[in-house]
Write a protein that binds this ligand. Structure first.
Ligand code: 6GU
Length: 227
């Protein structure tokens, strides 16, 4: 899989790339690239944003700047690019990222992520250059970089080779294997701590009963039942 992140701040991703599962994914064939809008702006002195028409606070990322960066990276008209790959604008008002969307994106051969800073994108970026608008929740961040990292993290965990165990991502919270329910609870040693005990079934070595117990716990959590 190939992911290109368009950003005004590529250094923000250095920490992310240092994470083991991200490094594993890269070693297993993920290609993670960055494009700095500022390197391709057609405007003087590196300008990328402008004041909003109609007035108001903050700055807006310009449509001509985003188009120039996409054109420079892909060598074709960004309007046509939309028919060839998902171009995802990270914006607080977008479709909220969940496990189903993560699965959908993990099945794509290539993703382009557009992060904005300041007040966000000129609306024409969203209308004419992006295929999708994605948000990581109903709150506002200072920029799309953290959202891009969240999306990348969730997607690349689904790629073969990113996790130590191939199975680890199959039966986890919200996955199809658990019918979209939250994951069951986990315990490790010590089996008793300050009188807090581990459910006996988990110590029983009885795999079928453990499996039933876990599915039941997951179902209960989905139903909002306590415990
Ligand atoms: Cl994608 N961007 C920003 N700036 N804030 C957000 C977000 C994205 N998702 C939730 N909050």
């Amino acid at each position: 899989m190939e992911i290109d992140v368009f950003t005004l701040f590529p250094p923000a991703f250095a920490w992310f790339e240092g994470q083991r599962h991200v490094a594993n994914a890269i070693a297993s064939g993920l290609r993670l690239g960055y494009v700095n809008y500022r390197d391709h702006t057609p405007l003087s002195s590196g300008q990328v944003d402008d004041t909003p028409f109609g007035g108001g606070a903050g700055m807006v990322l310009r449509v001509d700047v985003v188009e120039a960066a996409l054109q420079a990276r892909y060598g074709r008209d960004p309007v046509k690019l939309r028919t060839e790959r998902r171009v995802i604008a990270l914006t607080p008002g977008g479709r909220v990222l969940d496990d189903a969307l993560v699965d959908e994106l993990a099945g794509e051969p290539a993703l382009t992520l557009l992060s904005g800073r300041y007040e966000g994108f000129d609306e024409r970026v969203l209308e004419h250059l992006a295929t999708d608008r994605v948000s990581i929740g109903r709150y506002v961040l200072a920029g799309g970089e953290l959202a891009a990292m969240v999306l990348c993290d969730a997607v690349l965990r689904k790629l073969p080779g990113a996790l130590g165990h191939e199975e680890s991502a199959v039966e986890e919270s919200f996955s199809r294997a658990l019918d979209g329910a939250p994951e069951y609870p986990h315990y490790t040693r010590p089996a008793e701590y300050r009188g807090w005990t581990v459910p006996g079934v988990l110590l029983s070595g009885h795999h079928a009963r453990i499996r039933d117990w876990r599915l039941e716990q997951s179902r209960r959590r989905a139903a909002g039942e306590p415990g």
